[in-house]
Design a protein around this ligand. Structure first.
Ligand code: SF4
Length: 365
């Protein structure tokens, strides 16, 4: 019998609803991103949202930096098929207007919204329009009094900022909120989430903020988010990358897939290659990533350079190719050797076998 990891016991959080997407309460962990376009440019923003949706995004956040951006925001909400979260800083009036204009949730940072009265007003608007709020605490913008009390941003200061905002929402008998406590310093961020998870049953939105570019940000986010997920912490995730946000969705799903928490699309296994390789693994993988990007079924494909580890990996894959020497490759389907092909045809044959034989047999998960 094959070894499989023990399932992760997820922290029991209360459930909120962001548009049609359930967050928390053991709902599937949702993957979200944020547009990087100018919100005033409705067409460009909607185009980016479509790309994110095609990549599998469950929720998309859009910044609304000014009152003038509220009208374009309303058009974006109308044109999007995924729930849109309005990201608000500094001006509480924008949050109220976005609530009126169809946002599926509001994200506010209590450290920069201002007085208690302003937070009260945002809370009342969210309640009136039935929206959840994400209280997004950021280590870089904590209240001055918390910095004074703790001396510097630290996990306890971040947790206190979150709980302070929660107390205000609770006073309004408003309970549909989630938290994030983000920092760019990995350990600070993880510890803040760990501490907060013990103090609240609100859903937690995980992310390491300002994590960096595609490579560095993927590494930091993967470590931080999976570190927390392994402990059962986390109801929705956002990978922050200084790169095309579609990568945030791809990396987010790759993290969830590796933790056996959620799968979307083809799982591509490939050997790192070495001098033994009999096929061009790097180019075949790159070709397959393009050919298979529309497939949502959870299938496993293995591309292996030679017979050292190829047949072993092929046993666990839905389709596999393995370099066999003399310009040829072995093809496996469901662990069985089914043919030998010229090594230039690997990507094409894998795609054909998936589309002809395997799609919809497993279903999405
Ligand atoms: S499978 Fe073969 S080609 Fe790939 S890394 Fe291992 S020995 Fe090298």
């Amino acid at each position: 019998m094959e070894w499989s990891p023990a399932p992760i016991e997820r922290r029991k959080s209360k459930q909120i609803k962001v548009g049609s997407v359930l967050v928390g309460g053991l709902a599937p962990i949702s993957v979200q991103s944020m547009t990087s376009t100018d919100t005033m440019n409705v067409a460009e923003t909607l185009s980016q949202i479509k790309s994110l949706e095609n990549a599998g995004a469950d929720i998309v956040r859009v910044t609304v930096p000014t009152l003038e951006a509220v009208e374009p925001f309303a058009k974006i909400v109308k044109g999007s098929e995924v729930p849109i979260v309005a990201d608000i800083h500094f001006d509480y009036r924008i949050a109220i207007e976005c609530a009126k204009k169809g946002a599926s949730a509001l994200r506010i940072n209590p450290g920069n919204i201002g007085s208690q009265e302003k937070i009260d007003a945002v809370c009342a608007a969210a309640k009136d329009y039935g929206l959840p709020i994400r209280v997004g605490v950021n280590a870089g913008s904590l209240d001055k009094d918390l910095i004074k009390k703790y001396g510097a941003p630290c996990p306890d200061a971040m947790v206190e900022a979150a709980l302070r905002a929660a107390a205000t929402l609770d006073e309004h008998e408003f309970y549909d909120y989630a938290f994030s406590v983000k920092a760019s310093e990995l350990n600070l961020c993880v510890e803040a989430y760990e501490k907060l998870a013990k103090k609240t049953d609100a859903p937690l939105h995980l992310g390491i903020t300002e994590a960096g570019g595609l490579t560095g940000g993927t590494v930091l986010s993967s470590i931080g988010i999976s570190w927390l997920l392994k402990q059962g912490i986390g109801d929705t995730i956002r990978v922050s990358l200084a790169a095309d946000p579609v990568n945030e969705i791809k990396v987010g799903f790759a993290i969830l897939k590796s933790m056996h928490l959620r799968s979307l699309g083809v799982d591509l296994v490939a050997c790192p290659t070495c001098g033994r390789r009999g096929i061009d693994v790097v180019n075949i993988v790159s070709d397959l990533e393009k050919r298979l990007q529309d497939i949502k079924d959870n299938l496993k494909v293995a591309v292996m350079g030679c017979v050292v580890n190829g047949p072993g990996e092929a046993k666990h894959a839905d389709v596999a190719v393995c370099g066999a020497g003399n310009g040829m490759a072995l093809v496996y389907e469901r662990g069985q050797l089914v043919g030998k092909i010229p090594n230039t045809e690997c990507a094409q044959v894998i795609e054909q076998r998936i589309r002809n034989n395997l799609l919809n047999l497993k279903g999405n998960s």
